[in-house]
Write a protein that binds this ligand. Sequence first.
Ligand SMILES: Nc1ncnc2c1ncn2[C@@H]1O[C@H](COP(=O)(O)OP(=O)(O)O)[C@@H](O)[C@H]1O
Ligand SMILES: [Mg+2]
Length: 241
Amino acid sequence: MTTAAYPVSAALTVNNLDAFYGKCQVTFDAQLHVGRGEIVALLGRNGAGKTTTLMAIAGFVTARRGKVLLAGNEIATAPAFRRVRAGLSLVPSGSRSLGSLTVLENLQTSAGVSARNGQWSIDKVFGLFPKLRQLAGSQGRQLSGGERQMLAVGRALLSQPEVLMLDEPSEGLAPLVVAELGGMLRRLADAGLAVLLTEQNHGLALDIADRVLFMEKGQIAWEGSASEAKDPEVLGRYLSV
Ligand SMILES: Nc1ncnc2c1ncn2[C@@H]1O[C@H](COP(=O)(O)OP(=O)(O)O)[C@@H](O)[C@H]1O
Ligand SMILES: [Mg+2]
């Protein structure tokens, strides 16, 4: 396992994270960091603990041990909504949005959540996703998978995150939409956002990520650059079933 020195600009640092469902321990001593402007992909087989890691960082799953530092501030014991207010947003898998509300209402609901001042407004989200502007009056449940994912990302951005986590953002999306989403995440990172994502679509993750972490049995077993991660031997070791 290679370990990069933690950049001073780390937006998110996670140390020694042990996450549990009840008595069942799922992550063991998980360690990672994401710098501003960086996309880090957390990959691994089904059941490796990727979703649990994101959920524990976001505060939805219990961590019995470990540090979660957001821009240097410890948030590991804060309730989930405070972590959002502090600048940490999670887009869960399945792109949930409020199906009975319109696109605009969904965005308005999220815009009210953050106490932080930030660059994101509903208008700016519409600028990022012009399709959503056209659909402003449509109900969430009428959207396609790709449109729903854009809405979910838009809602997350309105909480003014410094760190954006996405659990399998490409799940169920058509290839063209996946490419569009990937390009959009890359642009957000290039503008300074720290992005941590999991993916079953390894092609997408390896294309857009700066660094890759492979998880195995609840532990981060390998860390390296995206180009190192493309090595067939590495991919075979951590992804093949
Ligand atoms: N709600 C839950 N309660 C108990 N165990 C769970 C729950 N969700 C996931 N697990 C278990 O935690 C382990 C890791 O799951 P998960 O984090 O979803 O993996 P991944 O996202 O890498 O596929 C698996 O063994 C899974 O069965
Ligand atoms: Mg998962």
